[in-house]
Design a protein around this ligand. Sequence first.
Ligand code: SF4
Length: 367
Amino acid sequence: MSKVRHVLGISGGKDSAALAIYMKSNYPEINIEYYTSDTGKELDETYKLIENLEIFLGKKIVRLRAFKDSPESPFDHRLKMVGGYLPSQTVRWCTKSLKLDVFEEFVGDDPVISYVGIRGDENREGYISRKANIQSIFPFRKNIWSEDVVSKLLSNSNIDLICSIADEVIPKNRVARFKSILEMPITLSFDRSQKLSQLFDLGIIEFNELVFKYLKTTSYPLGRESNFALLRDENDLKIEDIFKILNESGVGVPGYYNEIPFEIDGKKSTYYRSRSGCFFCFYQRKIEWVWLYEQHPEKFKLAMEYEKDGYTWNDDESLAELSKVERIKEIKESYIEREKKAKKPSSKFLLDILAESDSEGCASCFT
Ligand code: SF4
């Protein structure tokens, strides 16, 4: 039987970098293989972050590249294959062929635990592989389990099985309380999230022990392990914790998050890029395109060169239009307006915007 592999993908964003630091610091006994899927179009700050992380981790982060025999970058190679059709939020061929496919090739048919840096304050699931040999675990969340595992565990058809597992793993003085919830079927008025939340209220560690034992009755990779240190992890990390981990480790926050001041008609603000990924990523906000234009003009020019034959990165305007003086002024002004509205007295604007932007896009490119 092949050994279970533990892998962690570094996207170049803050969360996956912080997760690598968190795992190395708290679970050094887990032999994690770190990898990054390089599209060939990442920001320089991303490559710098990966180098810093390698120093901290004391090991190499494996660079995965699609079409590795091609003389062109993976993105350019694939773009040619699709006839110059730029990817977009609705036709996102890039993530699949440049990130997910190379990852699945990297793990092959080995049983794999894949650690994903989705935080406790995010409302998204992240990438769950279609391949049964890859199981995702979310160490930053109170609920470290993926949606599919929870759904099977708590399904009404499994109630008898789970109650018998509870008898084995939950301490005698607490098992009756757990079983009183486990025995309640999911209905329209008592849904899975309510059931899950009541179980967590009784005890995160006990719930994790229950899931771990249940996995042994399934073909999930974790079911093959004799123990799993994260069962005792009760943390639920938020965005502030991520910045703290990055700063305290010395790895630092990716450079593109640094706020850069700008002024328009006497009104002052700051801008920065809020996510990792390709420099021309179509998920970026208009103000981030302006940031790219002003802070990395050579990259903006390269992004413009992709816009031909009627294809543009933004649906509503080309980069040539976006970079006109009047348009940049308009984008900055409307950004300042939105910033004013979004600002809450008790919260840092940067954190608000990051939290908002994290809810879009995918974990493979932006965690
Ligand atoms: S960062 Fe954006 S453009 Fe690059 S692969 Fe991901 S979704 Fe596609």
